[in-house]
Design a protein around this ligand. Structure first.
Ligand code: NAP
Length: 273
């Protein structure tokens, strides 16, 4: 894709699932990717090895551009960690062009028994973490007078309520205005802010149904296209949003959901019968 080669990016939560796929896809497009992880580095190492394996496996231009993945440890909800992470990445790469706010968690609980600590935990990672990372990226871009782009990994639950997952629902609802407000604030400086909103996607966050055929069939029966999405399908749209093909796109959320936000119950005209 146009405009990606030689750029640099941080992908939060890049050690698994959608973040890992985005990190690999951006690297395939010639981007130097800093893979953020929290806790044990095993998953992040796997992402790095996958990227380096790609370089060896295909004689693509990324080898010529010297694509160099980095591992960066940080809890995105922790302000000091985020400051240190950006300093480290800018120190290594010299500058930063892109940020993917992907790190996210969810906690299930009936809302009447949801603890304030669990509500805060989800908001802290999903929303405060995205704000802290966006702020650090924007500071750098503004100081350097550089154009750049941010892609937030939101969710269909930005739009569709998710009972029993109140913190998650609220955090993704908030992400919509994080995306739109920052897009408007920085549009005049050449900094674009967009979001990818996945539907049900095969990743570790969905371990409750991914490997259980009956549960998975139940989940997929709700999706108009009849199947869950893959992390690679999310990554392709994220790469597009960073690329020059999307040079005039800002403040938008692209739903990558197999039609989940199309009110699947209206596949038949039951309301008019
Ligand atoms: P995942 O594999 O569980 O990925 C989430 C990543 O975030 C993990 O690598 C996790 O690291 C990391 N993370 C958690 N807390 C963090 C923190 N405090 N600081 C830094 N990283 C942290 O699940 P996924 O499905 O790929 O989720 C990625 C994003 O997609 C999330 O924002 C999620 O809400 C969104 N999404 C997913 C789906 C879906 O169906 N899969 C649908 C809609 C939206 P650890 O594993 O080390 O905790």
């Amino acid at each position: 894709m146009k405009g990606l080669q030689g750029k640099t990016a941080i992908v939060t939560g890049g050690a698994s699932g959608i973040g890992q796929a985005i990190a690999i896809r951006l690297a395939e497009e010639g981007v130097n990717v800093a893979i953020n992880y929290v806790g044990r580095p095993d998953g992040a190492l796997a992402t790095k090895e996958a990227i380096e394996g790609e370089v060896d496996a295909c004689l693509c231009a990324m080898r010529d551009t010297g694509t160099r993945p980095l591992l960066v440890e940080a809890d995105v909800s922790n302000e000091d960690d985020v400051t240190r992470m950006f300093k480290q990445v800018v120190g290594e790469y010299g500058h930063l062009d892109f940020l993917v706010n992907n790190a996210g968690i969810q906690i299930a609980s009936p809302s009447e028994t949801l603890t304030a600590a669990d509500f805060d935990r989800v908001l802290n990672v999903n929303l405060r973490g995205s704000f802290l990372c966006a702020r650090a990226a924007l500071r750098h871009l503004v100081e350097e007078s550089r154009p750049g782009a941010i892609v937030n990994v939101s969710s269909v639950h930005q739009e569709i309520p998710k009972p029993g997952f109140l913190g998650y629902s609220v955090s993704k609802g908030g992400m919509q205005n994080l995306t739109r407000s920052l897009a408007l604030e920085y549009a005049g400086r050449g900094i674009r802010v967009n979001a990818v909103a996945p539907g049900a996607t095969i990743t570790p966050i969905n371990r409750a149904w991914v490997d259980e055929p009956e549960k998975r069939a139940m989940v997929e029966s709700h999706i108009p296209m009849g199947r869950a999405g893959t992390a690679e399908e999310m990554a392709a749209v994220a790469a597009f949003l960073f690329s020059d093909e999307a040079a005039y796109v800002t403040g938008q959320t692209i739903y990558v959901d197999g039609g989940l936000t199309l009110f699947a119950d209206f596949r038949t005209t039951w309301s008019s019968e």
